[in-house]
Design a protein around this ligand. Structure first.
Ligand SMILES: Cc1cc2nc3c(=O)[nH]c(=O)nc-3n(C[C@H](O)[C@H](O)[C@H](O)COP(=O)(O)OP(=O)(O)OC[C@H]3O[C@@H](n4cnc5c(N)ncnc54)[C@H](O)[C@@H]3O)c2cc1C
Length: 355
């Protein structure tokens, strides 16, 4: 989301960016996975602070917007806690019940957000950037992806810091800023069930191993019929303890815990555990400023995404916007013969750090 946002903003500013994506799908940790029983959002489940993202998440005329509010009916326990009366004969699925806002989600999948952002862009899937070489005339990207023999005026890295470090060697300042960034891994389980599981569409748990669950059928724009599709996220500590386990073992353990929460038998017709290695940033980049992105004007190299801010979709979207502004201003100064090194202070805000 950070990289696509940055590229989209650069387009609006008259630049001609190219996005290189290692995977065969867009969206990174804010995406969705196709399975034999339908789509699962397998990373970010909902987005808070939607204001800036909604402006970018438009699709073609006549299509649904790619971002919609997600609301859920309150449970009897929540109503009781908030002092609302709960009638014994009331049906939990009754649409007249109080609705609580959960945030916003991509429609029909979280991946739709990335596709909406990418629509006007030159995106090259299955193209990992493995090396980046800086020469005074610009950047080239040699390496196993080999075919990238173009030269670029500037380079933006929008991937987790541990993967970014080999690509920012040309900038000692950026290397220093990223060296201390730490990520935590996270196990998630995708589960399908022909029979209703009987849990609310979204719930967070205080005690592990499961931290939260989200039902695809409770989100707008998804198929609501059987089979039900559940996203199950383990908590940080449990994920760390089971870092070395294989996916089958983890799937069985999380399934047992899910059954305990459901309080009834659950017979999955789809079960797949996945470990996100760089799931959430624990310690973001250390910089002398509070900043949303990093920019080294001497080598025209930038870094954005959750390595710099926090692991929230809206924050990385903001980081991408700030990055585009820094790059565009940096390139303009260069073309106009301005002295590199003044970007952070010229913008007057802590948007781009000139390190
Ligand atoms: C399980 C889980 C649940 C989450 N839930 C929420 C939530 O509910 N709400 C929320 O706001 N946030 C949530 N987050 C966090 C949020 O998804 C991330 O912080 C955000 O999506 C990160 O975006 P990004 O653009 O910085 O990085 P990424 O999404 O990691 O994007 C980086 C992209 O770069 C690609 N890439 C990597 N290396 C290379 C390379 N060498 N060359 C080319 N391409 C490369 C990757 O394939 C990826 O597509 C969740 C994250 C996880 C893992």
């Amino acid at each position: 989301m950070a990289g696509l946002t940055c590229a989209r903003e650069l387009c609006l500013r008259g630049c001609d960016p190219v996005v290189f994506e290692a995977s065969d799908r867009l969206g990174g940790r804010c995406s969705s996975r196709a399975t034999p029983i339908g789509w699962f959002d397998d990373g970010a489940q909902c987005i808070s602070g939607v204001t800036r993202l909604s402006a970018h998440a438009v699709q073609r005329p006549g299509e649904l917007a790619a971002l919609h509010a997600w609301t859920l009916a309150t449970t009897p326990a929540e109503d009781e806690r908030d002092g609302r009366k709960w009638r014994k004969d009331e049906d939990e699925a009754d649409v007249t019940r109080t609705l609580k806002p959960m945030g916003a989600v991509g429609v029909p999948t979280m991946m739709a957000l990335a596709h909406a952002l990418a629509r006007p862009l030159d995106v090259r899937l299955r193209t990992p950037v493995l090396q980046a070489q800086w020469r005074s005339e610009g950047w080239t990207l040699p390496g196993a992806a080999g075919a990238i023999d173009e030269a670029f005026e500037a380079l933006v890295i929008a991937i987790p810091a541990p993967l970014a470090l080999p690509l920012v060697r040309a900038s000692p300042a950026l290397t220093d800023a990223l060296r201390g960034v730490r990520y935590r891994s996270r196990w998630v389980l995708l589960l399908g069930s022909e029979r209703p599981v009987g849990l609310p569409g979204y719930r967070e748990f205080q005690v592990g191993p499961i931290e939260r669950i989200a039902a695809m059928h409770s989100k707008p724009g998804r198929h609501a019929g059987a089979p039900q599709r559940w996203f199950i996220e383990a908590d940080a500590r449990w994920s760390l303890r089971h870092e070395q386990d294989d996916a089958e073992t983890v799937a069985d353990l999380l399934l047992d815990n899910f059954r305990a929460h459901a309080g009834r038998p659950v017979t999955p017709n789809y079960l797949r555990a996945h470990r996100w290695r760089h799931a959430f940033v624990e310690t973001p980049a250390t910089t002398p400023w509070r900043t949303e992105c990093l920019w080294d004007g001497d080598v025209r190299l930038g870094v954005c995404g959750d390595s710099v801010v926090a692991s929230q979709v809206d924050r990385v979207h903001g980081s991408g916007i700030a990055m585009a502004r820094a790059v565009a201003e940096g390139l303009t100064f260069r073309r106009e013969g301005a002295v590199a090194g003044t970007l952070g202070s010229r913008s007057g805000q802590a948007l781009a750090a000139q390190l």
